[in-house]
Design a protein around this ligand. Sequence first.
Ligand SMILES: *Cc1c(COP(=O)(O)O)cnc(C)c1O
Length: 371
Amino acid sequence: MKMIPLARPDIGPKEIEYVTAVLKSPYLSLGPRLPEFEEKIARYAGVRYAVAVNSGTSALHLMVKALGIGQGDEVITTPFSFVASANCMLFEGAKPVFVDIEPSTYNIDVSKIEAAITPKTKAILAVDVFGQPANWDAITKIAKKHRLLLIEDSAEAIGSEYKNRKAGCFGDVGVFAFYPNKQMTTGEGGVILTDREEIAKLCRSYRNQGRGEAGTWLQHERIGYNFRLSDINCALGLAQLERIEELQEKRDRVAQLYFKRLKAIKDLYPPCIAPDVKVRWFVYVIRLADRFTKTDREEIQEGLRDRGIENRNYFSPIHLQPFYQAQFGWKRGDFPVTEHVSDRTIALPFFNQLSEKEIDYVGSQLEQLLR
Ligand SMILES: *Cc1c(COP(=O)(O)O)cnc(C)c1O
């Protein structure tokens, strides 16, 4: 049976042309495409500096390090996210402190943040989950009041807007990620976004073996990594960025077709968008009604797979990942809203080329399975 995949990149002739041009040049890495990509991403996000690295996870890691977050520090964040948004604290010996989510938008529940602040709290890291910006006015207010650093994991939200400002610019530092299932891709890649020059400089040094600004090849000022993004990847990113409005509009078309098709299906909640927010779509995640159990959800997922529809249980709570449970003793019941949502969500096939016929097929199969 031909499967409808969960995700698929949208690569056109421009991508192939730009990548080929790099392959024909002498500069496969640390060439001219890197600063060009960084400048254009910074302009797009509305920040002063962008530092490109080899993954979104590397971007999160370096910005945590550059902000001086480490041993003994706590960072408030959400358990309903991709695991990297909490792992980045563990890389540096800091502790993620989870706060439960809102049942409607699945973003961090701002009303519960202050209760989680302790003298060790150094930062708040909020995630724009599934492309929907968090409640940034309220989060910024809390961060200011308690003098905390503010971090935005906007890996899923490039182009999304909160009160007419683009995601990625709401914290001291933000990140985008460019794995092939995101709104735009570099194959693998990520970027650190900031207005703070010293943070950008530190991240540039950390990604390139701790070299100093002059870039003297065998002069290392601090311990660093090789988290560089090659010019091949940057060229792919530049082509995608030139097409970003087209890419986003195609995704919006698919999302709107899903909303229309699924509207009348009982027992199924489509994504819920807050006022003040414009979502640029990363994934399309539905939620089953409360009466369904986790086992019911798994059966429906299996049923969809049997009918040729790939799908995924976005997200599995971070606090219940085996090594988090082992290290911190978290258990089921600790973050009930996250667990309730997480037991009932299904990410449906979502990519630019998805046809109305395929969306209709997904809708009718869901209808049958929910009956
Ligand atoms: C994709 C993603 C990342 C980074 O992922 P990489 O695969 O390392 O590029 C980080 N946080 C969230 C919320 C993500 O969805």
